[in-house]
Write a protein that binds this ligand. Structure first.
Ligand SMILES: *Cc1c(COP(=O)(O)O)cnc(C)c1O
Length: 396
């Protein structure tokens, strides 16, 4: 295919990020930039902060927005909370916990890891044991990934809070909600989460380029004491009403207009309905995979049905099947973009994203396109998967 030729119709973007951007967000982003003293800019920034607070279910956390991706938000959290030489505990969830751990080490932090068992969520008992073993209380924070996008598995954040409290450990609880916010219920204050970080291009339905962190009072106190040299990311410098200081320079206006619109869509639909819709989309995908798996060549990567995420599902392939070739056929011939395996799962899984601005016919189109690609690739799969997904939809 000539990459510059137009492909007719809707292209099915089923990566777990970036995700499909709603027309309302595209339109909001098509406005001209504003003069920095324009009141409308302040109103947009305030709406983004207020909307994120509402979506995170936090009353008082400070919101820090960055012209950055999720890795930028990781950097912000690390440099504001962890001095070189200090320790954090990173519970294993797979590719993303490990990437965050490596970034922390690159910035001078020490990392204590709990092991990850493939197919499973965070082991809260292992977290509790690691914190108990930290008798001099040198661990500053627990860095936990809520939904690991590489494994498609969601971990129980409440169980982590319980584990930390059971030992009476003072470590902050920091949660990466990049892939779960706007999909899976999350209540920062009720969960006792001290810091949250996220990015624009997954459940928040915006293009990539905006990262954010939310920090509570305890986290801000740690930030105040932290002597790490920093400037752009520094939360202290960003506690200002002046947008030029709030963003350490010119705000990313266009992305902020998009985020304001996207948050508006989420609240218009209703957060509970957004959660229900994602549940239904995930159950359709899961029904299809269960049927496909009957032929023995495919299986769920997540071994516990209850921890498979509502954002993305990872599917393992039998030896001899090349998931990258499947992806290429799905994308090039059937206009369905799915994701491959990351890190230790590369070449072993493909992934179907089902988050963001998505509805049932989009899921059915995606599943049918993947099935067509499996047929082309001679991958054996159980028959009736699409009917099962439709039955799931009809049940509601
Ligand atoms: C995508 C993702 C990231 C990284 O975000 P980028 O915007 O790609 O830097 C971090 N954590 C999780 C859980 C993710 O899904």
């Amino acid at each position: 295919m000539n990459p510059s030729s137009r492909i007719p119709g809707h292209l099915f973007l089923h990566a777990p990020g970036p995700t499909h951007v709603p027309d309302e967000v595209v339109h909001a982003m098509s406005r001209q930039p504003m003069d920095m003293a324009d009141r409308r800019l302040d109103l947009t920034i305030a709406a983004c902060e207020k909307g994120l607070r509402r979506l995170l279910h936090t009353e008082a956390a400070d919101i820090f927005l960055y012209a950055a991706n999720g890795h930028g938000a990781w950097e912000a959290v690390i440099v504001n909370l962890v001095e070189p030489g200090q320790s954090v505990l990173v519970p294993g969830t797979g590719h993303f916990s490990e990437a965050w751990a490596l970034q922390t080490q690159a910035m001078g932090g020490q990392v204590v890891r709990t092991p990850w068992t493939e197919g499973l969520p965070i082991d809260a008992d292992a977290v509790q044991a690691a914190l108990r073993a930290d008798t001099d209380r040198s661990i500053v924070a627990v860095f936990a990934v809520h939904t690991d996008t590489a494994s498609g598995i969601t971990s129980d954040i409440a169980a982590l809070r319980t584990a930390i409290d059971a030992v009476g450990h003072p470590a902050l609880l920091v949660v990466d909600v990049v892939a779960s916010l706007g999909v899976t219920p999350f209540a920062m204050d009720a969960l006792g989460v001290n810091v949250v970080l996220g990015a624009s291009q997954k459940g928040l339905m915006c293009p990539p380029g905006l990262g954010f962190a939310a920090a509570d009072r305890r986290a801000m106190a740690v930030c105040e004491r932290n002597s790490s040299p920093r400037f752009y990311w520094d939360w202290r410098m960003r506690l200002s009403d002046l947008s030029y200081r709030k963003f350490c320079g010119t705000p990313p206006q266009t992305l902020l207009m998009g985020l304001e619109a996207a948050l508006g869509l989420i609240f218009q639909e209703g957060v509970e309905q957004v959660v229900r819709r994602h549940r239904l989309m995930a159950s359709m995908v899961h029904a299809a995979i269960a049927r496909w798996s009957e032929a023995g060549a495919l299986d769920f990567f997540g071994t516990q049905a209850g921890s498979r995420s509502d954002s993305v599902t990872a599917i393992t392939v039998a030896a001899g099947i090349d998931p990258e070739a499947l992806r290429t056929v799905a994308r090039e011939r059937f206009q369905v973009a799915i994701a491959g395996g990351l890190g230790p799962l590369s070449g072993r899984v493909f992934r179907i994203g089902h988050l963001g601005d998505i509805n049932a016919p989009m899921i059915l189109g995606c599943l049918a396109g993947v099935e067509a690609a499996m047929r082309v690739q001679n991958i054996p799969f159980g028959a009736g998967a699409i009917q099962d997904a439709v039955a799931c939809l009809a049940r509601g």
